[in-house]
Design a protein around this ligand. Structure first.
Ligand code: SF4
Length: 219
């Protein structure tokens, strides 16, 4: 379990009024986790994107669309899982009129750890799925080893099984159709492992894999 570098939250403190790092200043609002608080599986991404920042909900942009499809294909409903991010405020840089997502620093991830930990304690999932390297680092405290962790079948985090895979946005960024497919398939396989580890039977809603041309792009 990672060691806290920051004090625990004050009783009146929440992500909405948190000032533990500077990311709140450029964001519209804090985006906390959503889903059933008795969920057996918790998915952890990196940080909110632009659409999530505006709507206040995690994974509602293009990456969320891809994640919903992967969940469905793995036999899981989005409503069955708790979905959150390692960092609760949107970090971005301006490119023309657009706000482009920028990877949070290790200090920002560490500052936000108290809120992720609070969600882990509240939900107590059987399985945590780290979506991407930032989530992996936030959940393990390890700066290296994402590739090896992804190849491992199941690790452990605070009594919960830990499954590691790509962030869905990785499948939106790579130009190669083959790489998009490989990343998407890795995410589906990880979600299936998570469901099996959590003891959840696949729902009857399991669907076929999308064709390469059906995989969304962020263009
Ligand atoms: S990103 Fe996290 S630590 Fe930083 S201000 Fe927002 S809630 Fe606080």
């Amino acid at each position: 379990m990672p060691t806290f570098k920051f004090p625990p939250p004050e009783p009146d403190e929440s992500p909405a009024n948190c000032r533990r790092c500077d990311l709140w200043a450029g964001a519209t609002q804090a985006v906390c986790g959503s889903g059933p608080t008795n969920a057996l599986i918790m998915l952890v991404g990196e940080q909110p994107g632009e659409e999530e920042d505006e709507r206040g909900e995690p994974f509602v942009g293009p990456a969320g669309t891809l994640l919903a499809r992967a969940l469905h294909q793995a036999g899981l409903a989005r409503e069955q899982v708790f979905i959150t991010h390692a960092v609760k405020h949107f970090k971005w840089m301006a490119r023309g009129k657009r706000r482009i997502q920028k990877t949070p620093t290790q200090a920002e991830v560490a500052a936000c750890e108290v809120w992720l930990e609070q969600e882990l304690v509240a939900v107590r999932p059987r399985v945590v799925v780290a979506l991407g390297a930032t989530a992996y680092r936030a959940l393990t405290g390890q700066q290296r080893g994402f590739a090896e962790a992804r190849a491992s079948r199941v690790l452990e985090r605070s009594g919960a099984a830990l499954v590691v895979t790509w962030h869905p946005s990785a499948a939106l960024r790579v130009p190669s159709v083959e790489m998009r497919r490989a990343i998407y398939d890795d995410i589906v396989a990880a979600l299936r492992r998570a469901a099996a580890q959590a003891g959840m039977a696949p729902s009857s809603g399991e669907i076929a894999a999308p064709s390469a041309s059906e995989l969304p792009t962020d263009n």
